[in-house]
Write a protein that binds this ligand. Structure first.
Ligand code: PMP
Length: 784
């Protein structure tokens, strides 16, 4: 919702006076009160005072109704006398529709006036007063905890749930030093706090307990107590702890010991509403981010509306405070706030301890785990938890995961975890019994595929799927030989290693098996044929045809052509248009089968389609599926035609002990449910385009970005030293990955020269994550 000045009421006092008489039977003198978007008056009737509020026309009705309903509720349930009472008009309504002399209609409300001085006008506050303010806000939130209203789910820039909008607007802050403060806080907030927010308790909150909206009055000893709470206009449903954070953000302005002030407010709040561990954990960061939202908003206001003093009111003090806050360590702040609330201290987790922990784990791993398992990063990470698009290390630091396509719908997605644990508690067995889930899941999977791909086999990994595809093709054709693409990887069994150039032609490999032949990567950026035309795809497909001809001539006609629908290990290469259709024609012409490996790219990752091969306009004979289908649970599938399945049914039973067990199938079902329910394909399409566009813009600034390619959420950014010679920026890529890691972002490299950033995150990845990644890569590239 955006409020506009154009829809701000500007009624004459005489007219308003006649309305309050006509609608409320009230007579008195009117005095204008300050208001940003609405028009407010103090109505003094001698014995009683009221506030008359005329709403901006842009407020939806249910937002005004929400405020009235909440005030009615607080009056009845809290009975504190601290919140205004809604006065009913003569016809019993809380909102009077009034028609001005110029024909315009407005919505008017009348509330009781609460005496007291705004906190902003009271000088230094004692700890007692701060505690009392916190206590009152805690009371308010407790009483609103079960309050609900249809107008409570609003879209407001001031909602903590939306706070990250500022990441796209920090450039509006013209002073580079100040912009850096906001960006630094934002980065920490994104990495450490945002991933935790999904679990924060939410309820309707006042959402604007700033120093103008809290009224104080001194008692006989001169100690200020809370006299009232005003302006419920920003009310909405959001993180409950946000209430306290907002009050803190304003009350600390101009104070020397902001953390001490937050502690006193938190202690008071805690006395009436217990904060959970995680609420205390996020409180101080929320205070920081609220001020960041405030100064970013001001920067925008300065650009758009230089005369609107009201919006700039807290700007100078907020900047001064942010300069102080940026140096406060969030963990130390949390420790102080826990102490203020009387909670036990958290165990010490200093960084030296963490490093030692990693060393110990490394040594244990060296002693008892096969040494050929590699580790990512110069300083390995100990990852102990996952959620959505984030991983968490042993010190609770969050890492934005840009590379792991296995947790397709998000790390530890609760729906998948629930489906798995429920089924595990009921039954897990093999496919030799009838079970309703198996055929149902097979039908659901084949429904996403074109005819005649309608027969499924379930296995436990991508390797097992490709191994079975090889057997199917060999049995069906009675041939042994295969064609693969250079740089391809298809799995870790003996046969698959022998046909995967990525492995058998790399360190320790013995080259392709005699029965495996390869064709070049159809790379339109650095391959033999370049450019965007369909002729590029056709030219590479001709090479498949030539190889088929050679193989037939030497009596080694291929059983199958095996190709990933987008090349992964080969360098995140999107196949040129016409490649698969051309290649399939050639292979089929010599009686071979066409098999696509969708282990990396299937299940909606490309966004526009369920399967990446569909973008090539072909129908394969066999597809293999792995990683994403189980979201991390070991599940794979092979889907083929009835004809091929019948050839395979030659008397030898096919059995995989774990393949197709009910727990795995329940997981697969849940994964498909989540993709559909959460619109993850649409998101992959949208965010993928957004991110590629962002990288292309970065390419205008950094010559090292040679090529940006991908479909949906599977993409590659190729780094070069020279855009003409395409000399790969191999070492620079490794350095960049480590620098980006410094910002809490996990990336890795792919391709024969290890110079292609591979980006294939869990599909929960959002535009704000994309902004974070782009900003970090931008800064890292600036250093070259
Ligand atoms: N095919 C492709 C394209 C892959 O990338 C992989 C794994 N990286 C596999 C097959 C093998 O899958 P898994 O590791 O599950 O056996």
């Amino acid at each position: 919702m955006t409020l506009t000045m154009e829809h701000r009421p500007a009624l004459a006092a005489e007219e308003v006076s006649s309305f309050v008489h006509q609608f409320y039977g009230l007579d008195g003198t009117l005095e204008p009160l300050p208001a940003e978007w609405d028009q407010n008056f103090l109505l003094d009737c001698g014995d009683k005072k009221f506030v008359v509020k005329i709403a901006n026309r842009d407020h939806p009705d249910d937002v005004l109704e929400l405020q009235n309903a909440a005030l009615d509720w607080l009056l009845a349930m809290w009975k504190s006398g601290l919140t205004p009472e809604v006065i009913r008009s003569r016809d019993g309504s809380g909102i009077a529709e009034v028609r001005a002399g110029d024909g315009t209609t407005w919505r008017m409300r009348v509330l009781t006036w609460i005496p007291g001085s705004p906190l902003a006008s009271v000088g230094e506050l004692s700890n007692h007063s701060l505690d009392e303010i916190g206590f009152t806000l805690g009371q308010l939130d407790r009483h609103l905890e079960v309050f609900e209203h249809t107008g409570m789910n609003r879209d407001l820039a001031w909602d903590f749930r939306n706070a990250q909008w500022i990441s796209a607007s920090t450039s509006r802050i013209k002073n580079p030093g100040r912009r850096a403060i906001v960006e630094k806080i934002l980065l920490q907030y994104r990495g450490l706090i945002v991933p935790l927010l999904d679990d924060m308790p939410q309820s309707v909150i006042h959402n604007d307990a700033n120093d103008e909206n809290i009224l104080l009055a001194p008692d006989s000893a001169g100690i200020h107590n809370v006299a009232g709470l005003l302006d419920f206009g920003d009310m909405l449903r959001s993180y409950t702890v946000g209430e306290l954070a907002i009050a803190c953000a304003y009350i600390i302005l101009g104070k020397n010991d902001p953390l001490g002030v937050v502690g006193s407010l938190a202690a008071g709040y805690y006395r009436s509403r217990k904060l959970s561990d995680s609420e205390i954990h996020v409180l101080f960061p929320l205070v920081c981010i609220r001020l960041c939202v405030s100064v970013t908003n001001s920067a925008i206001a300065i650009e758009e509306d230089p005369d609107n003093k009201h919006r700039l009111i807290s700007d100078a003090a907020a900047w001064e405070m942010l300069e102080q806050l940026q140096d406060i360590n969030w963990r130390e702040a949390e420790d102080k706030l826990r102490a203020a609330c009387g909670r036990v201290a958290l165990p010490k987790r200093d960084d030296v301890g963490d490093l030692q922990g990693v060393e110990v784990l490394l040594e244990e791993r060296r002693q008892s785990v096969g040494p050929s398992l590699s580790l990512a990063y110069e300083q390995p990470l100990e990852i102990v938890k996952g959620r959505g698009q984030y991983l968490f290390d042993s010190s609770d630091r969050a890492w934005l995961d840009c590379v792991n396509n296995v947790p397709h719908v998000g790390h530890c997605h609760p729906d998948v975890v629930t489906a798995m644990s429920k089924q595990a508690a009921i039954l897990n067995t093999n496919t030799r019994y009838l079970h309703p889930l198996l055929a149902r899941f097979a039908a659901r999977l084949t429904a996403t595929l074109p005819d005649p791909l309608d027969v499924c086999y379930f296995v436990n990994s991508g390797s097992e799927a490709n191994e079975l595809a090889l057997r199917l093709a060999r049995t069906h054709t009675g041939r042994r030989d295969v064609i693969v693409v250079e740089g391809g990887y298809h799995g870790n069994t003996s046969a698959l290693i022998d046909l995967s150039p990525y492995k058998c032609e790399g360190p320790g490999g013995r080259g392709l098996a005699a029965w495996a032949r390869k064709v070049a990567v159809p790379d339109r950026y650095r391959g033999e044929f370049r450019g965007r035309g369909e002729d590029v795809g056709t030219a590479y497909a001709e090479q498949v045809g030539d190889l088929c001809g050679e193989m037939v001539a030497s009596e080694h006609a291929p059983a199958m052509f095996l190709c990933e629908s987008i090349l992964g290990c080969g360098g995140q290469v999107v196949l040129p248009d016409g490649y698969l259709s051309g290649a399939f024609d050639k292979v089929r012409a010599v009686g071979g089968l066409c098999v696509v490996d969708e282990v990396q790219v299937g299940m909606g990752r490309v966004g526009t389609h369920w399967w990446a091969f569909e973008t090539q306009g072909v129908v394969p004979d066999i597809i293999t599926v792995g990683k994403p289908i189980g979201n991390g649970h070991p599940l794979g599938a092979v889907v083929t035609t009835r004809e091929i399945a019948d050839s395979f049914d030659n008397g030898m039973e096919y059995f995989s002990t774990f393949g197709g067990n009910p727990v795995s199938i329940a997981v697969g079902m849940a994964v498909m449910d989540v993709i559909e329910k959460e619109g993850l394909r649409e998101r992959a399409d949208r965010v993928g385009k957004y991110l590629r566009n962002g990288f292309r813009l970065l390419g205008k600034k950094h010559a090292a970005i040679g090529d940006v390619r991908g479909l949906g959420m599977f993409m590659g950014v190729e780094l070069v030293r020279d855009r003409e010679t395409l000399e790969p920026a191999t070492e620079e890529t490794a350095v960049l990955i480590e620098r980006v890691k410094g910002d809490g972002i996990l990336l890795s490299a792919e391709g024969p020269y290890h110079n292609v950033l591979k980006i294939k995150p869990p599909l929960q990845f959002r535009e704000t994550d994309a902004d974070l990644l782009l900003g970090s890569v931008d800064r890292a590239l600036e250093l070259f």
